[in-house]
Design a binder for this molecule. Structure first.
Ligand code: CTP
Length: 451
C-alpha cells in the first residue's frame, strides 16, 4: 500500500485545493492531509486566514480524497510525520518546488503543478477589497503602524491627518503617503481610520469617523468615560461599522495562549492576578506634563488591567487606586486593587518609578508567570506545588506586534467576526469606566479636554 501525505491551510477551499488533493490521492492508496492550525499560520506570518480550523478540515473531508486528516501545528512536524506515518510519497503544489527536497532521504517528494489563476489569497482579496486605512495623529505609535500594516495583506496605509500642516507634511513625506489637514478630504480618501492622537481627542475623532461611515481602530485608552464608550459602540452598531480598541497585548498570540492555559483548569481556580508594567519616561514628555490626561495610569493602565478583566471578569466588588505623584501632581506610579467575590487583582504601572514588569496568575493548583515584556507575550511558565514541575511555553511575537491587531481589525471588517472575543465591547466599556473612576479620584475632569 502506497501512503501519501500532503499539507496546506485550505482556506476558502477552492478548485486548486480540490485538484491538488485529487492528484495526491491518485499517487497512492492512502492519503493523509495535514491542515494547519491558526496558531501555526500566525507564527509563519499568514495572518488573515478566514475560515476556522474546523471549517477547513470539514472542507478537506468533503472533497472525499482524504483517508485521514491531521493537524499541522509547528515547523518541523512534516519531517516527524513522514517517519511516524510510514509515508512513501510527500507531495505539495509546485509553488513549493525545492522547499521539501530534504525529505527525499525518507520518502519520494513530488511537486504537483499548481492550478493557475486561483489561490486563497486571490479569493480573500476579491471578497474584500483592499482596506485603505488613514491615520489620525503623527506621534510615535503612528510611526510604528505603517511598517506593521505593510505585513498584513489586504490593507494599505493611504494617508495621515494632522490639523497641523507641518506635522502632517513631515510624516507623509517620511512614509511616502498622503498628508491631510482637511478632515473631510481625508475621509473621502479612506475606508477606515487608525486613531493614534492624544487620548482626549479620541472621542470626537471616533464619532466623526463613524459619522463618515468609516471603521475605527483606536489606540488605548479608547475613551475615558463609560458613557462615551457605550454611546460610540451603539453608534457603530447602528451603522454596521467596526469599532475596535487597540491594546496590542489583547491580540498577540502568546497572550491568548496564556489565557487559554490559565482558563483550562491546569492551575485550578484563579484567585489572584498581578500585572505590572513600568516604562521610565523623560520628564518633558506629554505623558508626564499633561495635567489632565497625562500620567502613568492613562498611559499604561489599559495593559495592566487587561489580564485582570480577562481572567477575573468585570464583576468586581470594589476598586481602589493608590498613586505616587510627581511635582506637578501627575501620577508617576499607580497601583489599582480589585476585589472580587473569590479573588483579587492588582494592576501596577509607572512612568517615573521602575519596577519588575511581571504578570502573575495564582490559582488553587498552581501559578503562571510571564516576565517583562509580558505585554508582548512570547514566553511564560506554569509552576505547581512541586518546584521541579515546571511547564514552559513559548510563542512567536513578531516585530512591534501591531500586525496582530491590524489583522484582526481587517477580519472583523470583512465580516468574519471570529476574533471579536480578543477585546470585547464589554471589556472596552469597563476599561473606560475604570479610567473615568481614576480621573474622578484624582480630581481631574474628563470632560475638560473635549474638543
Ligand atoms: N494549491 C494548488 N493550486 C492552487 C492553490 C493551491 O495546487 N491554485 C496547492 C498548494 O500548492 C498546496 C495546497 O494546494 O499544496 C494547499 O495550499 P494553500 O496554501 O492552502 O492554498 P493557497 O491558495 O496557495 O493559499 P494562500 O493563497 O493563502 O497561500
Amino acid at each position: 500500500m502506497t501512503r501519501v501525505i500532503t499539507y496546506g491551510t485550505f482556506d476558502l477551499f477552492h478548485e486548486g485545493h480540490y485538484r491538488l488533493l485529487k492528484r495526491a490521492k491518485e499517487l497512492g492508496d492512502y492519503l493523509i492531509v495535514g491542515v494547519t492550525t491558526e496558531a501555526y499560520d500566525q507564527a509563519r506570518g499568514k495572518l488573515n486566514v478566514v475560515d476556522s480550523l474546523m471549517t477547513r478540515i470539514e472542507n478537506v473531508r468533503k472533497s472525499g480524497f482524504a483517508d485521514e486528516i491531521i493537524i499541522e501545528e509547528s515547523v518541523g512536524q512534516k519531517f516527524n510525520d513522514v517517519k511516524k506515518f510510514h509515508i512513501d510519497i510527500f507531495t505539495v503544489g509546485s509553488d513549493w518546488t525545492g522547499c521539501f527536497d530534504y525529505l527525499n532521504d525518507y520518502c519520494k517528494v513530488v511537486y504537483l503543478e499548481r492550478t493557475k489563476n486561483i489561490s486563497s489569497t486571490m479569493l480573500r482579496e476579491k471578497n474584500s477589497h483592499i482596506q485603505r486605512i488613514g491615520i489620525i495623529g503623527t506621534g510615535r505609535i503612528a510611526q510604528r503602524f505603517i511598517p506593521e500594516a505593510k505585513l498584513v495583506s489586504g490593507v494599505t496605509t493611504q494617508g495621515v491627518y494632522n490639523p497641523r500642516e507641518e506635522s502632517a507634511k513631515r510624516f507623509a513625506h517620511k512614509w511616502e503617503i498622503n498628508g491631510y489637514t482637511d478632515l473631510e478630504e481625508f475621509y473621502r480618501a479612506i475606508d477606515s481610520v487608525y486613531i493614534a492622537s492624544p487620548h482626549e481627542t479620541h472621542y470626537n475623532y471616533i464619532k466623526s469617523a463613524l459619522e463618515h461611515g468609516k471603521h475605527v481602530l483606536c489606540e488605548k485608552p479608547m475613551v475615558l468615560q463609560k458613557a462615551q464608550a457605550e454611546e460610540l459602540f451603539g453608534y457603530a452598531k447602528e451603522r454596521g461599522l467596526i469599532l475596535f480598541e487597540g491594546i496590542k497585548t489583547a491580540y498577540c498570540p502568546g497572550f491568548n495562549r496564556l489565557l487559554g492555559v490559565a482558563c483550562s483548569g491546569t492551575i485550578g481556580s484563579i484567585r489572584n492576578v498581578e500585572a505590572c508594567f513600568t516604562k521610565l519616561e523623560k520628564p518633558d514628555r506629554r505623558e508626564l506634563t499633561d495635567r489632565i490626561y497625562g500620567g502613568s495610569f492613562t498611559e499604561l493602565g489599559s495593559y495592566v488591567i487587561l489580564p485582570i478583566l480577562k481572567l477575573l471578569g468585570d464583576d468586581f466588588e470594589n476598586i481602589h487606586f493608590e498613586s505616587i505623584k510627581g511635582d506637578n501632581e501627575l501620577d508617576i506610579f499607580t497601583k489599582v486593587s480589585f476585589k472580587y467575590p473569590t479573588g483579587i487583582g492588582t494592576a501596577t504601572c509607572g512612568l517615573g518609578v521602575k519596577s519588575e514588569g511581571r504578570l502573575l496568575i495564582a490559582g488553587t493548583k498552581g501559578y503562571i508567570v510571564a516576565d517583562a515584556p509580558w505585554w508582548k507575550t512570547s514566553y511564560f511558565e506554569v509552576h505547581y506545588e512541586n518546584p521541579d514541575e515546571v511547564e514552559k511555553y513559548s510563542e512567536r511575537f513578531l516585530g512591534d506586534g501591531l500586525r496582530y491587531e491590524i489583522s484582526d481589525f481587517l477580519t472583523m471588517i470583512n465580516g468574519v467576526g471570529k476574533n471579536g472575543f480578543k477585546m470585547t465591547r464589554g471589556e472596552s466599556v469597563t476599561l473606560a469606566g475604570i479610567m473615568e473612576e481614576f480621573m474622578s479620584t484624582e480630581g481631574r475632569d474628563p470632560y475638560g479636554g473635549l474638543i
